[in-house]
Write a protein that binds this ligand. Sequence first.
Ligand SMILES: Cc1cc2nc3c(=O)[nH]c(=O)nc-3n(C[C@H](O)[C@H](O)[C@H](O)COP(=O)(O)OP(=O)(O)OC[C@H]3O[C@@H](n4cnc5c(N)ncnc54)[C@H](O)[C@@H]3O)c2cc1C
Length: 365
Amino acid sequence: MTWPDTVKLKNLTWNRSLDSNFNKQIKIDYLIVGQGIAGTMMAYHLIKAGKRILVVDNGVSSSSMIAGGLFNPVTGRRFVKSWLIDELLPCAETVYKDMEVILGKKLLYKLPIVKYLSGEEEKEVYERSIQDDKKKYIAGFTASESGNKYASCEIKGGGYIDTLLLITAFRKYLDQQHSFVESNFAYNDIIINELNIVWGDFQACSIIFCEGYRATENPYFPGLPFNLAKGEILTVRIPGLYAENILMSTGYLVPVGNDIYKMGSTYEWDDLTTLPTEKGRKELIGKLKKITELPFEILNHEAGIRPAVKQRRPLLGKSHINDKMFILNGLGTKGVILAPYFALQLAEYILQGKPIEKDVDINFS
Ligand SMILES: Cc1cc2nc3c(=O)[nH]c(=O)nc-3n(C[C@H](O)[C@H](O)[C@H](O)COP(=O)(O)OP(=O)(O)OC[C@H]3O[C@@H](n4cnc5c(N)ncnc54)[C@H](O)[C@@H]3O)c2cc1C
């Protein structure tokens, strides 16, 4: 194969001129396809383990880049404790804090989530929840000053990750390590040998696919139970709101500074394009108006496809078609909190043979 036209050759040329195997194939341990939050976390854990990696991403805007970045330990109208949250939260905090040091950027914002209670039923659920095992995540009921009849409660242990900064800063970091190529990866460009897989000028021991929703086309992982969900999100300026917490009603409003907020999000299962729609815009404005009546200005309107799964569990493991191929996907609506933990689990499976939890192992689901 020759390099596709879209490949940025700058660093490869530089890399090759330093490589003693000039004009031969460059040996790497792992080729990672896709650098959303899944590919980012996979690369992070493998670099930490001392492995030589190459990440390939086509540079198309990803779900991770537009996400609200929210993580929330108690979700929905019934205050359901998020699956595995007691394990996920500490892992995520350790990883994001470490990445802040590596990248020299602030990524993790631990903020209370102020949840408006929509009615008597939700208030009753809240009252039951503060008696049970969720109580460490739920703070006291607060009377509202904004005329909301049922006021609000505060969810603790939540916050948001600046995912756009994470992805772009980590991409730059990988690039500086000569570990990133901007290119489209085509399945028929690889040559599979007994001991390795060749992609262009690279010879990898294994490939790890972190392609987000595009995994539905991956011939090495057929039939995975995806239930893709499009989502739309607004970036808005709301002068005078001065919210320092995440505000949540039927949607969420994340304060990102300078009077600017992320207003998310919609769910759509039929239209699976990445184009924002008028319908989505109207829905998001409706959600915003349930949180504040202040005037606002829309700065941006984006859409992406969540790699959601019917069972709402991530998808990890080895291909049954080729044992040099692995997948990390199915992060659905919770990529920010799931990715650090499950990328580590897949890395430990690949490197040390540690078992993958049955709930998420593609060979069990
Ligand atoms: C509107 C919206 C709001 C959201 N808000 C939140 C939130 O608040 N909190 C939260 O936790 N989650 C949120 N999510 C979900 C979150 O975005 C996903 O869980 C997560 O981004 C999935 O990450 P991923 O790395 O699997 O996929 P992606 O982010 O889609 O990344 C896949 C990457 O692979 C690349 N790629 C794919 N195929 C190829 C190929 N053949 N060649 C080269 N590159 C390729 C793509 O270009 C992309 O960069 C939201 C999603 C949407 C749409």
